[in-house]
Design a protein around this ligand. Structure first.
Ligand code: PLP
Length: 419
């Protein structure tokens, strides 16, 4: 059984008062808190191991290099990648997606230059990327800007009023021949868990590579990239109990070999002269410059922390928090849930008739409850539902049912005050 009280001892930040009220932290989809073991790992690195990696022959540099590469292996094992070279460390989901958009753009331009006969150039040069109507801006703007630069098209899979993707439309859009499909595993606004395994298989029938934005799933559900058969999977450490400034990109080796580099500089090169440069092997080809070694070690420790728990119990606990919140909130007059998919993960988004979400957030903050309000970096989702924003409570494994009660009570009081 998960012992939440014991787990909470690992998170001293939770044990504080704000405005003389015990803090109830329900903004975990934005970032999770970090357990002591993660904080201590990063501190320990700076106390005893700090060194630039891969370059030094001296003891400390080799020790730091080994630790960093060990962390890469730990990430690979955690998501069941075939090889550690399929893991690229980045600053997080946003950087991983920008890396992919840039690399795909370069691949696209190169293949046009080389392979497309002149008279066919117009048809083939129409670059298309398929995303869904529920993407975070990070999985929308990089692709959108890329297709705009080539007079291409962004194809968008619509969703219904419950926040469920329209799979018939998805199939139709696949037939339009996108170059890449990039979809969220779990929506950060609606909590919808998309049927990614099925969506990946469908895209593969048309020979289209698939990127999965796993920002909201890594901390909450076991991931097996080989079983999913996704071509790429991206994530942020800070949303899974690891430090900020570290995250990753998984890519099938054959795809990473094919894609041109993203950033240029030290470490990612093989031979450099004034005339030309050849590039390093995977994974270094995509890791230009000095990486955030301390944070990578913190990420490894966060993974070990998650592995020390029964993940099924974690899922069940977070689901219990969600169900309790939904059930209690649904008794409040005028509440409208945004996102009511059957398959959903630990967050709840809502508005209450006649009350601006921002006012709500400000008032319940004074009651010690931290939730997020606004468009959650997903403006098209707000447009789709015709709302300015939502109030979003998102749960992590250290939250308790008592905290859910405090949150719902705060929502009730705020609704009474603001009506
Ligand atoms: C679904 C999703 N994708 C991408 C991101 C961007 O993550 P980051 O800001 O860590 O790069 C987020 C962050 O909230 C997210 O929820």
């Amino acid at each position: 059984m998960l012992n939440i009280n014991e787990i909470r001892k690992q998170f001293p930040v939770l044990d504080q008062q704000v405005y003389d009220k015990p803090l109830v932290y329900l903004d975990n989809a934005a970032t999770t808190q970090k357990p002591l073991c993660v904080i201590e790992r990063e501190r320990d690195y700076y106390l005893h191991e700090n060194c630039n990696i891969h370059r030094g022959v001296h003891y400390l540099s080799q020790k730091a290099t080994e630790a960093y590469e060990h962390a890469r292996q730990t990430v690979a094992d955690f998501i069941h990648a075939k090889e550690s070279k399929e893991i690229i460390f980045t600053r997080g989901t946003t950087e991983s997606l920008n890396l992919l958009a840039t690399a795909f753009e370069r691949l696209f331009i190169n293949s046009l230059d080389r392979f497309v006969p002149r008279d066919d150039a117009k048809r083939q040069s129409e670059m298309k990327v398929l995303v869904t109507a529920m993407e975070h801006h990070s999985n929308l703007v990089p692709w959108q800007q890329m297709v705009l630069r080539h007079q291409g098209q962004l194809l968008v899979v619509p969703m219904d009023d419950m926040g469920v993707l329209d799979m018939e439309q998805y199939e139709k859009l696949l037939q339009e021949g996108p170059n890449v499909v990039s979809i969220a595993h779990i929506s950060n606004v609606l909590g919808t868990i998309n049927p990614i395994k099925q969506m990946i298989a469908m895209a593969h029938q048309y020979g289209i590579p698939v990127v999965i934005d796993g920002a909201q799933s890594m901390a909450h559900h076991p991931i097996d990239v080989q079983d999913l058969d996704c071509d790429f999977f991206v994530f942020s450490g800070h949303k899974m109990y690891a430090p900020m400034g570290i995250g990753g990109l998984y890519g099938k080796a054959e795809w990473l070999e094919k894609l041109p580099p993203y950033q240029f500089g030290g470490e990612m090169v093989d031979m450099v002269s004034f005339e030309k440069t050849t590039f390093n092997v995977l994974p270094f080809k995509f890791e230009a410059g000095t990486p955030n070694v301390g944070a990578a070690l913190g990420l490894e420790t966060a993974i070990q922390f998650l592995q020390s728990l029964d993940r099924k119990e974690v899922e069940a606990h977070e689901n219990q928090l969600l169900q309790s919140a939904i059930q209690q909130l649904s008794e409040i007059d005028g509440i409208r849930f945004i996102g009511e998919a059957e398959q959903r993960s630990g967050l709840v988004s809502f508005i209450i008739e006649g009350i601006h979400p921002y006012d709500f957030g400000t008032i319940i903050d004074k009651m010690g409850v931290a939730v997020r309000t606004g468009h959650h970096c997903a403006e098209p989702v707000m447009t789709r539902f015709g709302i300015p924003g939502t109030v979003r409570a998102s749960f992590a494994l250290y939250n308790t049912l008592e905290e859910v009660d405090v949150f719902v009570k705060a929502v009730r009081r705020a609704a009474m005050m603001l009506r």
